[in-house]
Write a protein that binds this ligand. Sequence first.
Ligand SMILES: NC(=O)c1ccc[n+]([C@@H]2O[C@H](COP(=O)([O-])OP(=O)(O)OC[C@H]3O[C@@H](n4cnc5c(N)ncnc54)[C@H](O)[C@@H]3O)[C@@H](O)[C@H]2O)c1
Ligand SMILES: [Zn+2]
Length: 364
Amino acid sequence: MHVIDVTTTKPYQVALGTMLLERTGEIVRGVCGGTRAVIITDSNVGPLYAHIVRESLEHEGYTVSIFTFPAGEEHKCASTLIDALEFIAEAQLSRSDCVIALGGGVTGDLAGFAAATYMRGCHFVQMPTSLLAMVDSSVGGKTAIDLKAGKNLAGAFWQPDVVIADIGCLGTLEDDRVADGCGEVIKHGVIADAELFATLEQTPLTADLIRSDLALVERLIARNIEIKRDVVVADERESNLRKLLNFGHSIGHAVEACANYQLGHGTCVAIGMVAIARAAAARGVCAPDVPQRIEAVCRAHGLATRTACSVDDIFEAALHDKKRAGDAIDIVLPHRVGACSIEHVSLAAFKTLIEDGIQTGANA
Ligand SMILES: NC(=O)c1ccc[n+]([C@@H]2O[C@H](COP(=O)([O-])OP(=O)(O)OC[C@H]3O[C@@H](n4cnc5c(N)ncnc54)[C@H](O)[C@@H]3O)[C@@H](O)[C@H]2O)c1
Ligand SMILES: [Zn+2]
C-alpha cells in the first residue's frame, strides 16, 4: 500500500492499494469519528462495491445509508445535488458525520459539493473508483456540478479528510474509460516527470496492464497522485502553478465543445497536447521529437490525436473558456518532456498556435 501525504493547509492522506474497500471503516474511524455515514455512488459503481464499503463501516459501528444516482455526467447537476442533500438530511447526518464519495469523478465532484454545503460543511471521504478519479479529480479539493450554461460552473473547494483508492476496482472499468483516464496520466509525465513518461512509452497503462501487473499500476498511479499533489500544494503558496495542469486543456476543452461532448475528455486532452506541442516545436520552444513522442504515447494508450474540427471552430469554442482573461489566455507550452511553462498570450497569438498545431497535425 502507498500512503501519500497531501500537505495542503488542511492536510490529508491518500491511501492507495488493494483490498482497501474492506478497510474503509477502520480508515474512516481514524480520521473522522462521527457515528453516521452516507455513501454517495452511481448506478454502475454502487451495485459492484457499495455493499463492501457498507459492511466495513457497519463493522466499525457506523449507521450507513446509501444514495445512488444514475451514472453519467448529465446527472452531475443541481437536481441530483438537491436530492443528495435531502437524503443526507433525512439520514440525520451531523457536522461530525461523513459523506463518502464512491465512484468516478462525477460522483466525487457531486458528493464533495454536497459535503461542502451540507450544514456549511461536513466530513468528506473520497473513494475514487475510476482511473481518472484516482490520478486527478480526487486530489486537490475541487468539487462542482454542471449548470445548463456549462460544465463545473457551480462548486466549492472542499478538501477530503482522506482519500481511499482501491485499485482492485479498476478491474471492472471499461477499457475505453481506462484509456480516457490516461490523457491526464500522460499530461502529468509531460509537465513534471520524464521518467514517468518513459515508463509509459515502454509499458502503456492499459486495461491489459491492469489485468496483468497491479503492482506496476499501483506505482504509476502513486506517482501521478504525487505529481498532482505537488502542483496543488505549491499552488497554495505561489498561485498560478495549478495552471500547469491545464497542459493540453485549452485546445482540448475547445475540441470537446466542438465535438458536442461526444469525444472522451482524455481523447480531447490528447488532441490538445499534441496540437500545442506541435505549435511549440514550430516556434523552437521544444525539439520536434516532443510532439512526436506525445502523439505516439497517446496512441499507444488508445487515444486519438487528430480532430476533424476546424481551426475557426476550435478558436471560437476556446473563447468561452473559463480560463480566458479578457483578450488574453494562459497556455502551457512544453519545453521538453517533463518541463513546461505557463505563458500569457493574446487571443490572436493563441489562434496562430491552434493553426500551427492543428494544421500541422492534419498534414503530418
Ligand atoms: N474535481 C476535479 O478536480 C476534477 C478533475 C478532473 C475531472 N473532474 C470531473 O470528473 C468527471 C469525470 O470523471 P470520470 O471519468 O471518472 O467519470 P464518471 O464518474 O462518470 O465515471 C466514468 C464511468 O465509469 C463508471 N465507473 C467508475 N468506476 C467504475 C468501476 N470501478 N467499475 C465500473 N465502472 C466504473 C461510472 O459509473 C461511469 O459510467 C467529470 O465530471 C469532470 O468534470 C473533476
Ligand atoms: Zn482534464
